[in-house]
Design a protein around this ligand. Structure first.
Ligand SMILES: [Zn+2]
Length: 498
């Protein structure tokens, strides 16, 4: 039975993947240099393809095949590809089926308008203008959660589960409250220590061409495969996959800030190397797809923060840095550079936050969106609640909404339950790095010598090649030998604060 139906499913997936990767190609092009007058036709192309993809994903024939595969593979090893495909694809198929077409269309419309109005409201610092749109989006997300919920599952649980399968609110609440308790003294100590540092050495004037050359060289050395990928520039950095052997990373360089470009590249290369580590033979199927957003983020943060911001990395990279920037870094020691890159200071904007305070920004958003979903907080009262949370968590509070509640695009795009995956990614990254260090022995000295292959190979072996075979937290537990624990992140951040 299995033998008969699996090839049909795989062929169906292959054709859907071709359509999806064509969409990604059009989106990549849209983000790298679409002439302004081409935008309308491009939107038409993408809408048509999105409709075709949706039709295929909800095709009743596919549903029947998945039912057959599910029944015939029910007693197989849960880690066997046919079993993983049945379980994961049936889940997605059921979710699509539970959502009425009218709700899907209304959400897509409300979030598309929502994002436009959000841009204008942020520019004019006018929350009242955004309020009706956000109210509508939150109402629709309530409806969506009600359609998708299993018995006993809260609305916010449903939202979390759609980005990090198997995660629930109580569990994340526990992990995050532990983390918050440990971060409070670290932020205090880190800020006091950083206040004694001299002026910044990574702000100044850094020619874009040198930054590009240096960043690309670093990406290549840590293991991003340029035979199967490339690096381009964009306004909003991201990483996208256009095929089993085509991974694009996009980043932004700033003449004034040295760290923006390099750390953007390290972050996106981390995402890209994860995609390159997935098994191309299973491309487009759950076995060849990333485990979750949190796991994806763990790979980017691992290379950006755990590797790239630490002393061993600069011990290796420093002479090369001087080759690329002979005058810009003249007289700056590697110690000074590392110290400067790791300054700790509470700030209002999430995407500009340092590694230590960053997670507080996420914890705040987690609290607020949880309350929005349970209707303990009204959308009207969100700006005030935001200011109070910032005062509570970071001891500072915005006077304008554009540097407060209006700063992120996520809620306007209907992405509720997405923020926690950033902090989960940081927690997973630190735990994975510690496990790799234990198993490989002397990761630091390898990095000091510019040997990144052992670490990358370890990640491919323990994380990448499994795709969605295991639930995200199960994957971390298997890779590291213990349940998800914020202790490793706290230990790692502690080294920057003391
Ligand atoms: Zn990322």
């Amino acid at each position: 039975m299995n033998d008969a139906v699996l090839p049909k499913i795989l062929e169906h997936v292959r054709q859907t993947s071709i359509l999806q990767s064509t969409m990604s190609m059009l989106e990549w092009d849209q983000n790298t240099g679409l002439p302004p007058q081409a935008a309308e036709y491009r939107a038409e192309q993408l809408t048509l393809l999105a409709g075709l993809v949706h039709q295929r994903q909800t095709d009743p024939v596919l549903g029947e095949w998945l039912d057959q595969l599910d029944a015939s593979s029910a007693h197989e090893d849960p880690a066997k590809p046919s079993r993983v495909i049945a379980r994961r694809m049936k889940r997605d198929f059921e979710r699509c089926r539970r959502l009425p077409q009218a709700l899907v269309e209304e959400l897509s419309h409300a979030t598309s308008i929502g994002q436009q109005v959000w841009v204008e409201s942020k520019l004019s610092d006018d929350y009242q203008r955004f309020l009706p749109q956000l109210k509508r989006i939150v109402e629709l997300k309530h409806q969506e959660a009600d359609c998708l919920a299993d018995p006993g599952q809260s609305r916010y649980d449903v939202m979390l589960d759609s980005y990090e399968e198997g995660a629930n609110c109580d569990q994340i609440q526990r992990i995050f409250s532990d983390l918050r308790q440990s971060l409070i003294p670290l932020i205090q100590e880190g800020s006091e220590r950083s206040a004694r540092f001299g002026p910044s050495v990574v702000e100044g004037h850094f020619p874009i061409a040198s930054q590009q050359r240096f960043s690309k060289w670093v990406a290549e050395r840590i293991g991003f495969d340029f035979q199967r990928g490339r690096l381009d520039q964009t306004e909003h950095p991201f990483c996208t996959t256009l095929g089993p052997h085509d991974h694009r990373i996009l980043t932004r360089f700033s003449t004034e800030s040295f760290s923006t470009g390099l750390y953007g590249v390290l972050h996106e290369a981390g995402h890209g190397m994860y995609e390159q580590g997935l098994d191309p033979q299973w491309y487009g199927t759950p076995v060849g797809s990333a485990a979750s957003l949190g796991i994806h983020e763990s790979q980017s943060r691992l290379w950006e923060n755990l590797v790239g911001l630490a002393k061993p990395f600069w011990t290796w990279a420093y002479p090369h840095l001087l080759d690329h920037f002979p005058t810009e870094f003249r007289g700056v020691s590697p110690e000074q550079l590392v110290q400067d890159l790791n300054r700790v200071q509470s700030s209002l904007i999430r995407i500009e936050a340092d590694e230590v305070t960053y997670n507080m920004h996420i914890l705040i958003r987690f609290e607020l969106e949880k309350q929005l979903m349970s209707q303990q907080l009204r959308v009207e009262d969100l700006p005030q609640a935001w200011r109070e949370q910032y005062r509570d968590y970071l001891g500072i509070s915005p006077t304008e909404d554009r540097t407060g509640v209006l700063q992120d695009v996520h809620w306007s795009a209907g992405l509720i339950g997405y923020f926690p995956t950033y902090t989960l990614g940081n927690i997973y990254a630190a735990q994975l790095y510690a496990a790799a260090d234990r198993q490989l022995g002397g990761l630091e000295s390898q990095i000091e010598r510019g040997e990144f292959q052992p670490l990358l190979k370890w990640l491919v072996e323990h994380v990448h090649r499994h795709g969605q075979t295991y639930l995200p937290m199960e994957l971390i537990e298997r890779a590291t030998g213990e349940p998800v624990d914020s202790r490793y992140l706290v230990e790692h951040l502690g080294t920057k604060c003391r």
